[in-house]
Each structure stands twice: as structure tokens, then as C-alpha cells.
Design a protein around this ligand. Structure first.
Ligand code: ADP
Ligand code: MG
Ligand code: MG
Ligand code: MG
Length: 414
């Protein structure tokens, strides 16, 4: 119950504990004794259950007091469920329909009851299987643009933005994971690192590249200093669920106030990792077409981001930054200022993209795109391409004029 001390849910205790919660009973229906409870969590951190009854199903997600991937030797605060809940409610407002509907939040139990997305499948699973999702790039490009713009002082009242900045700055340990696993560990022999046999020469090459490591630190400072919008914080292809025609975003527990290009960069990196891993997943006759489809998704995502950001700039610039009093009200265009800002977002996004392409191969948490390739003799060279393109983006992010140039670079490294 709500008053009890925190206790982890199990398949056995979920019904006794949630069988009276109206947010659950209203949607699942019938006698709780007859509900079916299945554990589906496949993430690194949390418990996730599907509860099904005669009227429907709900998802119950509960934080664990440690990192599930590692075990109870790595404690992690339960309060992350609080931040995930607040991130979901903001994303639902800023981009309606983008995230699962929230039915119930229990802070003590670190537990969220939400809409069961069905028949949605994790995007990464679809990308490994070679399936297409219509409208994918458009949906996620809109999500990135709307959350970036509407969570910033381009749009929000300053008092409200500052209150949210303060709220989310209470989340310390979770961004610390990003800081360590993404920005630091790939670039030295950190204890939890691991990489595929055969990559040692490439890893040595990257770690000896001081110019690149300087750029990583500049990007790390950008990550830390540009607290300008509420980022999802973990927008990889395991945080999108899709049907053939619909895409939703889940799992914003890594929420933080950061740079407007962060989520876009993470997302593009995950598309690119899907791209580079394809030779191990497709037969020769379908490989090229599917890889080209992934590049089209990247183009659609970024084109949509830019177009949506411009539309919001025109229609919803209601915050203190780049205020109309400085431009339009005096008969001046703000287009140059807008385009310079978008160039900066794009450059940051490419830098974060390159770093994400490194950490998924070198740091603790790898991704199934590569991990599912059993034969290391096949996996290592594909990972090497991905690592080398990541390096290129970190070093030359200001020279990649647009997303079409980015897709050309991917073809060159492939
Ligand atoms: P974690 O924070 O541990 O990564 P996620 O929120 O990503 O947890 O959820 C883990 C898995 O549970 C997802 O990969 C997905 O398979 C399933 N899942 C989570 N939320 C939903 C949902 N709303 N509808 C359907 N399945 C979900
Ligand atoms: Mg997840
Ligand atoms: Mg998560
Ligand atoms: Mg690996």
C-alpha cells in the first residue's frame, strides 16, 4: 500500500499489493485474483510488469535500489522514479501523445503505472530484424524539437523554467552515470569497460588521440554547462516503441537539464549503430536497401527537427530569449539568429553522437545491434567502422554542413 516502506514487486506480490489501486483495477477489470502478471523488464535498471485482466492491461514500472545490470553492489536511488514521472508529464504536455499515458505514481514505492503500448515493439528489435516503421523520423524529430524548444526559455516563462531546473537538479546519481559511462570511461582503461576482441588497436588509437579527447572534454563541458532544456537523457533505440506506423517514447529516467542537441545526437548515434551493424543481420540482397532506409530515417529525423524548431520559433517564442521585442517588433528578422542557434545545436548533436558511438562499444552498457553478433570476427570490424566515424564526428562536427553530408560520411565509413 501507499504507506508501506519500499518493497520490490514480484510476480507473486504484485496482485496483493496493487489489486486495490483504482488506477489499475479501472483498466484491468474483473477479479484481481484472475489477473495475469508477467515480468517484461529487459532494461538495465528497473522492474517492469504487464498486468492483464478482462478489460485490458497496464504496465507497472518500479525502480530498484541498485543497478539491475550490475547487481546490489552498485546502489542507485529510488528517487529516479520521481524524476521519470515528472519528465513523462512534461513530455506529454510538450508533445502530446508522444509518451505512454500515466495512470498512477507512488513515490514511496518508486512505482509508475502507465499505458501498456501494444502491439508496439522496441525500435532496436525492429532495426535488428530489418523492419521498417512508417513516419519514424518525423515522429522522433518532432519529439526532439518540441521537447527541446518548449522546455527552454525560448518558450517557457523564466520562473517556471528555473523551478524545473531546480527540480531536476535534485537528480544527481543518474546524470553521474551519463557523465562516467558516456563522457569519461570510453577514453581510458576504466574498470567496468569491455570491448570486443580484435578492437585493441582501434581503442589504443582513439585513446592516443589527444585532439579528439580535448573535443570530448569541450562537449562534456557543454553537456554540463548548457542547462537550457529538459532532455530525455536516454533517447536510444531501446527507448522508442513502434508498430509499423506508430512510434512512442518511453523511459526518461535519465532526464536532466542540458543542451538542446543532446537527445537528437543520442538518437542519431543509435540509428548509425543500427546502420553499421546491418551487414551482420541482413543477407546481401536486402542489406543495401535497408541501410539506405536507415539513412533516410536519419535525414527525416533531422529535417523534421529543423522544420519543427523553425515553426515553434515563429509561433511560440514566448520566453525571454531572442524575444520578439529585439527583432520583429522593430521590423527586423530573427532568421539569422535562429539559424545560428540551429547550427550550434547541430554541431553539439554531432559531437554527442560521436561520443555515444564510442561508449556503446567501449564502456559498460553495450547495445544489442552489435552485441547480438556472436562471431567476434564479424563484429569487431563493424564496431571499428562505428568507432572511427564517431571520432570523425567529434573532430569535424563544425564542418558537417547538414544531415545529407552526415549520411554521405556514414556511407564512406561503411
Ligand atoms: P529501464 O529503465 O529498466 O530500461 P524501460 O522503461 O526501458 O526500463 O522498460 C523496460 C522494457 O519494458 C522495455 O524495453 C519494454 O519492453 C517494456 N516496456 C516498458 N514500458 C512499456 C510500456 N509502456 N508499454 C509496453 N512495454 C513497455
Ligand atoms: Mg530502458
Ligand atoms: Mg531506463
Ligand atoms: Mg560489445
Amino acid at each position: 500500500s501507499e504507506d508501506a516502506e519500499y518493497e520490490a514487486l514480484t510476480v507473486e506480490n504484485l496482485i496483493p499489493r496493487l489489486g486495490q489501486v483504482s488506477a489499475v483495477t479501472d483498466r484491468v477489470g474483473g477479479d484481481p485474483a484472475g489477473w495475469s502478471v508477467t515480468e517484461v523488464g529487459d532494461g538495465n535498471l528497473n522492474l517492469v510488469f504487464i498486468v492483464t485482466g478482462p478489460d485490458g492491461a497496464v504496465i507497472v514500472k518500479q525502480a530498484l535500489p541498485y543497478v539491475r545490470l550490475v547487481g546490489d553492489s552498485w546502489p542507485l536511488p529510488l528517487y529516479r522514479a520521481f524524476y521519470e514521472f515528472h519528465a513523462l508529464t512534461r513530455q506529454a504536455t510538450r508533445d502530446p501523445g508522444s509518451v505512454p499515458e500515466i495512470y498512477h505514481f507512488d513515490e514511496v514505492q518508486a512505482l509508475i503505472v502507465m499505458e501498456y503500448l501494444s502491439p508496439h515493439v522496441i525500435l532496436r528489435t525492429k532495426l535488428i530484424a530489418g523492419e521498417q516503421v512508417a513516419g519514424l523520423g518525423q515522429r522522433l524529430g518532432e519529439f526532439c524539437a518540441r521537447t527541446a524548444f518548449r522546455g527552454s526559455e525560448l518558450c517557457m516563462k523564466s520562473a517556471e523554467k528555473k523551478a524545473d531546473l531546480a527540480l531536476f537538479s535534485g537528480s544527481v546519481e543518474i546524470p553521474a552515470i551519463t557523465e562516467a559511462l558516456i563522457f569519461r570511461d570510453p577514453y581510458f582503461a576504466a574498470e567496468m569497460n569491455h570491448h570486443t576482441k580484435g578492437l585493441d588497436p582501434v581503442v589504443a588509437h582513439l585513446r592516443s588521440d589527444v585532439a579528439m579527447k580535448e573535443q570530448v572534454q569541450h562537449l562534456f563541458r557543454t553537456f554540463s554547462a548548457k542547462a537550457e532544456t529538459m532532455c530525455h537523457g536516454d533517447l536510444h533505440s531501446g527507448s522508442a516503441m513502434c508498430t509499423d506506423t506508430q512510434t512512442r517514447v518511453i523511459d526518461p529516467e535519465f532526464v536532466f537539464y542540458g543542451p538542446m542537441g543532446f537527445d537528437l545526437g543520442m538518437l542519431v548515434a543509435n540509428y548509425l549503430m543500427a546502420y553499421f551493424s546491418q551487414p551482420a543481420h541482413r543477407s546481401a540482397d536486402s542489406l543495401n536497401a535497408y541501410q539506405e532506409w536507415i539513412l533516410q530515417v536519419i535525414i527525416e529525423t533531422v529535417d523534421t527537427f529543423m522544420a519543427e524548431f523553425k515553426a515553434l520559433w515563429a509561433a511560440e517564442r514566448t520566453g525571454m530569449l531572442y524575444d520578439r521585442s529585439q527583432f520583429e517588433d522593430q521590423g527586423h528578422s530573427s532568421d539569422n539568429a535562429r539559424d545560428a542557434l540551429l547550427d550550434e545545436i547541430w554541431s553539439d548533436a554531432l559531437g554527442f553522437c560521436g561520443i555515444e558511438m564510442h561508449r556503446r562499444i567501449l564502456s559498460l552498457a553495450h547495445n544489442a545491434d552489435f552485441e547480438a553478433i556472436d562471431d567476434v570476427a564479424i563484429r569487431a570490424p563493424l564496431e571499428a567502422r562505428n568507432l572511427m566515424m564517431g571520432r570523425d564526428l567529434i573532430l569535424r562536427r563544425d564542418m558537417v554542413a547538414d544531415v545529407r553530408r552526415l549520411s554521405d560520411i556514414a556511407r564512406q565509413f561503411n
